[in-house]
Design a protein around this ligand. Structure first.
Ligand SMILES: Nc1ncnc2c1ncn2[C@@H]1O[C@H](COP(=O)(O)O)[C@@H](OP(=O)(O)O)[C@H]1O
Ligand SMILES: [Mg+2]
Length: 360
């Protein structure tokens, strides 16, 4: 029975309902915004759970062992995209512009889709760390890729304890498809996906994955690795692996420094060329004693290889022997020299000064 003396005005009911809807909308949009910031680009960490952000659990620190585990997974998942696109034969090849030397800087669906998987897997697991990646990340096309936080046995076996560092000291470098030029030419053996973690600009862990042979090399400085150096290298007349598509004057530089007996091996991909210096079981992998590059190159191309070489006692420096800092600008100007189990500084002394000789 309706209470006596109270009349419900239709206008009052409508205003009341609208107010109610407003309150509900406010609450719900706040909740949604919270979810988006959790998984979004650089949002504040929150929540927990199996796949919750690592930094939140430990007051702004991240465990490098966990970062290694998720980096391996990211390289493999990115590699699955790279392989899938290549096998579909629909690459949607585009030019991003030209390099300084005038070569086409190419991009394909393989680069874009691999980048999306790798970036969001790492960003979801570690929302507080800086991630620099070769390809543009489309914020309108976000993907939440949960990680189960399981560290694979081979990593646990090599690295027994967690290695915490402040999240703000970390810079991650992703190359979702190294050797894009060769990928478009269907030269599959050169193609890799790479992840590198630098701490205060120093490369500390690297992952290089070959999607077409499903081989993955990883190493952490002062941690462990699943790859090692070969037992011997030819320092006197080295086999030198160099770029086949961004070579500049590298052949002249190599022959001038190490003599005409030197064998030059042109190859695609900076990841492939670092693996050429190591003891890699993959049959499609050529072997070399040194890796030299003379033109400009980007840090996502070289950071993972630098970290792996460093972890195994090798070196990657500019041609004048300077260490490379993996913060700040995207690229390096001074060329590259990579070696392992050799006197690196003695090799540097054999090289000409590129600025003076104009051999870039
Ligand atoms: N002069 C240059 N300018 C820009 N990028 C360069 C470069 N030389 C090499 N690179 C990049 O470094 C990687 C290895 O090069 P190369 O195969 O010639 O040795 C390639 O990366 P991506 O394939 O990821 O673009 C290539 O584009
Ligand atoms: Mg690339």
């Amino acid at each position: 029975m309706a209470p006596m003396g109270i009349r419900l005005s239709p206008l009052g009911v409508a205003v009341f309902c609208l107010l109610g809807l407003g309150v509900l909308y406010h609450l719900y949009s706040g909740f949604l915004a919270g979810r988006i910031s959790l998984f979004g680009l650089g949002g504040e960490p929150g929540g927990g759970g199996a796949a919750g952000p690592a930094a939140a659990a430990d007051g702004g620190t991240v465990d490098l062992r966990e970062m290694l585990a998720v980096s391996v997974l990211a390289a493999v998942r990115g590699g699955d995209e790279v392989r899938r696109v290549r096998e579909s034969n629909v690459l949607h090849e585009k030019s991003k512009g030209k390099t300084r030397e005038g070569a086409e800087d190419k991009m394909t669906s393989g680069d874009v889709l691999s980048n999306r998987k790798m970036f969001y897997l790492l960003k979801t697991a570690f929302p507080n760390v800086q991630i620099n990646t070769e390809e543009h990340v489309d914020a309108a096309d976000q993907e939440v890729i949960l990680w189960d936080r399981k560290i694979p046995e081979d990593i646990l076996k090599e690295i027994a304890t967690p290695k915490e560092v402040p999240a703000e000291s970390v810079t991650v470098w992703i190359d979702p498809l190294d050797a894009t030029q060769e990928y478009t030419e269907d030269l599959r053996k050169y193609v890799t996906t790479m992840v590198c973690v630098a701490v205060n600009g120093k490369p500390v862990l690297g992952v290089i994955h070959k999607p077409f042979s499903e081989y993955t090399a990883w190493a952490m400085v002062d941690g462990g690795s699943n790859v090692k150096a070969r037992t011997s290298y030819n320092e006197k007349t080295p086999r030198i692996v160099v770029s086949r598509s961004h070579s500049g004057m590298v052949k002249q530089v190599a022959l001038q420094s190490f003599g005409n007996q030197t064998t030059i091996i042109p190859a695609g991909g900076a990841g492939y060329k670092v693996l050429a210096l190591l003891d890699v079981p993959d049959k499609s992998q050529e072997k070399a004693d040194l890796y030299i590059h003379v033109t400009y190159i980007k840090k996502w191309d070289i950071c993972a290889g630098n970290a792996i070489l460093k972890a195994l006692g090798g070196h990657m420096t500019t041609l004048s022997g300077e260490e490379i800092s993996y913060t700040g600008s995207d690229g390096i100007e001074g060329g590259l020299l990579a070696s392992i189990r050799m006197n690196h500084q003695a090799l540097v002394r054999k090289l000409p000064d590129l600025e003076k000789t104009g051999h870039k």
